[in-house]
Design a protein around this ligand. Structure first.
Ligand SMILES: NC(=O)c1ccc[n+]([C@@H]2O[C@H](COP(=O)([O-])OP(=O)(O)OC[C@H]3O[C@@H](n4cnc5c(N)ncnc54)[C@H](OP(=O)(O)O)[C@@H]3O)[C@@H](O)[C@H]2O)c1
Length: 283
């Protein structure tokens, strides 16, 4: 069973949510071990199974972030979970995606969710976040020359703050028994359009920002031309298709229920991050 000295293993430990999960857990009585290829406590590479045991040794709970920018990883995750069972991990919190259980079968999100649910030796919590607000402050959905270009057809999305995702993840890792079997759809407090996003960024940054809709396939081709792996197109098509067809995420109360405070609004996020859109080298 659990010993006080066993650590929480945070995969994607240098990433947007993993780094914040680690911060939330610090000083809460559980040692924290971040893991990734660069900038974490331990070296962990999904493509090198020899790195799995070292990361898992002495841990009893895991924040699971699967390989990014690819869609086939279920067998790697299964191999990792086999080792997690052998290491007597007792809880896994998985960072999935909104409607992850309904992802196209070419994407391994639902397969990983099903794998987790089928394991009997540890409990699991599944987090299904909407599009993350930080997409607008990093290189995912940047403002370029005063323009945000994404295919949306005017549809909306309940964008969520990565900090809120991390807070919920930390709660599940601190009290696994209270969140065993939970599926949390993590969203912001409002479904807003990309036009709303542009208007808000313009207001907080004091710079003109407009939204431009674009043909979905043209946008995906542009992403691939810019370096996104071609195999990831199915994911981009699914994510943007949901918004275009009016099936974007809708606000839930799951963040408030678990974290204990209301989900961050896009406006509050934008005010907090206004500098991201006003740096001289930016746009
Ligand atoms: N962006 C969104 O709007 C959104 C919405 C819902 C769900 N999600 C999901 O969120 C997940 C990403 O989480 P995040 O945003 O917290 O992380 P992130 O900021 O995208 O960073 C990815 C993390 O994974 C690590 N990583 C990448 N490739 C790896 C590999 N081969 N082996 C080991 N570690 C690797 C990275 O570190 P190194 O590169 O140094 O290894 C980094 O720590 C994805 O599964 C995505 O589908 C994203």
């Amino acid at each position: 069973m659990t010993s006080a000295s066993q650590a929480a293993l945070i995969l994607g430990g240098s990433g947007r949510t993993g780094s914040l999960v680690a911060r939330h857990l610090a000083g809460r009585g559980i040692p924290v071990r971040t893991a990734s290829r660069r900038g974490s406590d331990v070296f962990f590479d999904w493509d090198d199974p020899a790195t799995y045991p070292g990361a898992l040794t002495g841990t009893d709970r895991v924040y699971l972030v699967t390989p990014v920018l690819r869609v086939r990883y279920a067998s790697q995750v299964a191999a990792f979970l086999d080792q997690a069972e052998a290491a007597r991990v007792r809880h896994v919190t998985f960072l999935s995606t909104y409607n992850g259980d309904r992802a196209p079968h070419e994407i391994d999100i639902a397969a990983v969710e099903a794998d987790l649910a089928s394991r009997g030796t540890f409990t699991q919590s599944i987090l299904r976040p909407a599009w993350v607000m930080q997409n607008f402050t990093d290189d995912h959905l940047p403002v370029i020359n005063g323009t945000i270009t994404v295919p949306s057809g005017g549809g909306s999305e309940a964008f969520v703050d990565a900090a809120d995702i991390a807070a919920v993840a930390a709660k599940t890792l601190l009290n696994p028994d209270s969140h065993a079997g939970a599926r949390y759809a993590l969203t912001g407090p409002q479904a807003i359009t990309f036009q709303d996003v542009a208007t808000t960024i313009a207001a907080v940054s004091g710079q003109p920002v407009v939204y431009k809709d674009i043909d979905q396939e043209a946008w995906i081709n542009g992403a691939i031309a810019a370096g996104v792996p071609a195999g990831y197109a199915v994911m981009l098509r699914w994510l943007t298709g949901a918004i275009i067809t009016g099936d974007g995420s809708q606000p839930t109360g799951d963040i408030e229920t678990v974290a204990g405070w209301p989900a961050t609004s896009f406006e509050a996020f934008a005010r907090r991050n206004a500098a991201a859109w006003t740096a001289p080298e930016d746009k």
